[in-house]
Design a protein around this ligand. Structure first.
Ligand code: OAD
Length: 310
């Protein structure tokens, strides 16, 4: 996509938001840093912490992104579960940036919020038209191929905080039965059974099989089909794209920018510039301060944070 020449300034941004009726928001970790959740790629982000902060992780991970790699997870689920409590959504409250997106919805201007975040703060902010592109901790599912056992995120919360690997109860039962059958067999006949499926045994041997993995999209996993469906629906309708708090480094979500019509303006609200994709207007700085400024210019009132349930 090429930059549209007619839009450049913050005044243009204000006018665009004012006149647009079907705004797509594409958000990332920068929406939640002011809530106390680090982003991934900043100097103090999760990847830098994994690489330089904790020797345990620096040793275990050849690359910090391996923490969210499906293949690595299957080999060593303990690594992810020793870390997961740090990113499990707990008592965080939505930021003014989340509340700005909610305000777009209240003003009937939000087409959809595509979030890459897994912290569920969009839900806490009450945003209804949201697509969790990278899933969330709201569910966990068994990793055994063919096992469909799925639980609400709350089911594994205790394990996450105890840094334990949560096991699928169905598969644990089956595993136990299998072990017993094997030990029975070895008493009767120690020779290998020709019908044994070696591939199955190999897969079963991976420590990450039979584990309840939070339904967040890891590298090496496909996004849900809903992402494609939403993009196809929304690209016909969108009249403005606002990109907020994301480095746009991870496909396919970053490719959304190229999927919308070229005539649709794109505004970036971010601490750091995006140089690898054409943004028409870049509003650079602290996102919360920028949305606050925009609201003043639009004569809009940000909704107040919802009172905490606890
Ligand atoms: P990144 O860490 O890559 O980018 C966050 C962006 O937000 C950076 O460009 C920051 O400059 C900006 N930022 C941080 N705090 C901000 C603030 N207060 N105001 C404005 N901007 C701020 O995070 P994402 O782009 O979300 O995927 O990362 C995308 C995906 O990469 C994640 O969903 C995750 C990760 O690997 C998976 O785990 C699958």
């Amino acid at each position: 996509r090429e930059k549209l020449k007619q839009y450049n300034t913050v005044d243009d941004a204000v006018e665009l938001i004012k006149k647009s009726k079907r705004i797509m928001v594409l958000g990332g970790a920068g929406l939640s840093t002011s809530c106390g959740i680090p982003d991934f790629r900043s100097k103090d982000g999760i990847y830098a912490q994994l690489q330089h902060g904790d020797a345990q992780y620096a040793q275990a991970l050849s690359d910090p992104t391996d923490m969210f790699n499906k293949e690595f997870f299957l080999y060593d689920p303990t690594c992810f579960f020793s870390f997961a409590k740090q990113i499990f959504p707990s008592n965080f409250k939505p930021s003014p940036s989340h509340r700005f997106i909610k305000l777009l919805e209240d003003k009937q201007k939000l087409l959809r919020h595509y979030t890459q975040n897994i912290d569920t703060l969009e839900d806490a902010a009450g945003i209804e038209k949201v697509l969790h592109c990278h899933g969330s901790f709201s569910k966990a599912a068994c990793t055994t191929p063919g096992c469909t056992f799925t639980v609400p995120g709350s089911y594994i919360k205790e394990d996450i905080f105890a840094q334990r690997v949560p096991k699928c109860p169905k598969c644990s039962e089956a595993e136990e039965a299998k072990k017993q059958a094997k030990s029975g067999k070895s008493q009767k006949n120690w020779k290998a059974d020709d019908n044994d499926d070696d591939d199955d045994d190999e897969l079963d041997a991976l420590p990450g099989i039979g584990v309840l993995k939070p339904c967040i999209t890891f590298f090496g996993e496909a996004l849900s089909g809903e992402f494609d469906q939403c993009v196809v629906q929304d690209r016909e309708k969108v009249d403005l794209l606002i990109v907020m708090g994301t480095s746009l480094r991870v496909a396919p979500v970053s490719e959304l920018v190229g999927h919308i019509p070229h005539s649709t303006p794109v505004i970036l609200i971010n601490r750091t510039p995006v140089t690898h994709l054409a943004m028409d207007i870049q509003l650079l700085g602290n996102g919360d301060e920028i949305v606050d400024y925009l609201c003043k210019r639009l004569d809009w009132q940000l909704p107040l944070p919802k009172p905490s349930k606890e």
